[in-house]
Design a protein around this ligand. Structure first.
Ligand code: SAM
Length: 248
């Protein structure tokens, strides 16, 4: 049978596509991509001309069976997403699970991942961490999620987009306390890369004060709750958040 090669692509800087990723993409029968137009641009930059198949959250379930059948018949397929490592806040989980269930070899070609890149420069304890991906878009659901994370002792990593970064920092400050240390990594590996450090409150202020700091893509790394984080304080905040939704 063939193999499913799970290939990481750059998160901004094209120099981060590894030589092995390039060789793999050149050698497969087809490349499954989240957005074929986006991936075609990347591949044409590197002179790769392989057939592209769309695999996104809306068709992944339906496509997986067919793709697995191709690999069982001997095809080599690659899986990429728009940026970074597939399956990390990106499609691919269902295809990988289906391939493994069918006994198809699944092999990684590792590379860029925004969460790990941010953690590697944050200077916040990195021996134990939790990746939370994107917070819920709706305010109520987001605050509910945060109330459950306020006492988490491990370092927390969040993804955020430009249009919600201010709201999320405000909600994080309310749930965890504004004094909690955090690092905001923006546009990593790109021209306007910035890594701001401070507290949830001071990061909120910096982002509010400078419109440029609200542009682009963000990873937020938040220190875990320490022994000094009073459990009663956390519980108090959680209750307050819950009640605040019901107050006029
Ligand atoms: N699979 C990707 C990875 O391995 O990081 C993540 C895909 S997710 C749909 C996109 C989010 O990742 C963005 O909203 C942002 O939070 C984060 N991200 C991606 N590229 C980034 C970059 N260059 N700088 C900061 N954050 C980035």
């Amino acid at each position: 049978p063939g193999t499913l090669h799970v290939v990481a692509t750059p998160i901004g800087n094209l120099g981060d596509l590894s030589p092995r990723a390039l060789d793999t993409l050149k050698g497969v029968d087809a490349i499954c991509a989240e957005d074929t137009r986006h991936t075609r641009q990347l591949l044409s930059h590197f002179g790769v001309e392989r057939p592209l198949l769309a695999l996104h959250q809306h068709n992944e379930e339906a496509q997986s069976e067919q793709l697995v059948a191709r690999m069982l018949a001997g095809d080599q397929l690659a899986l990429v997403s728009d940026a970074g490592t597939p399956l990390v806040s990106d499609p691919g989980f269902r295809l990988v699970a289906a391939a493994r269930a069918a006994g198809v070899r699944v092999s990684p070609v590792p590379g860029a991942c925004a969460a790990i890149a941010a953690l590697s420069v944050a200077g916040i304890a990195s021996d134990r961490f939790v990746f939370e991906g994107f917070l819920p878009a709706k305010g109520g659901a987001r605050r509910e999620r945060l109330s459950h994370l306020a006492a988490e002792a491990r370092t927390l990593i969040f993804y955020e987009s430009a249009h919600r970064i201010e709201e999320s920092l405000a909600d994080l400050g309310a749930a965890f306390g504004g004094e909690r240390p955090a690092v905001l990594a923006r546009e990593l590996t790109k021209l306007f890369e910035t890594v701001l450090d401070g507290t949830l409150a001071s990061l909120g202020e910096q982002v509010a004060a400078d419109a440029n700091q609200r542009k682009g893509e963000f990873v937020l790394v938040v220190q875990g709750a320490g022994d000094d984080t009073d459990a009663r304080l956390v519980e108090g905040r959680r209750l307050y958040q819950k009640l605040a939704g019901h107050l006029p």
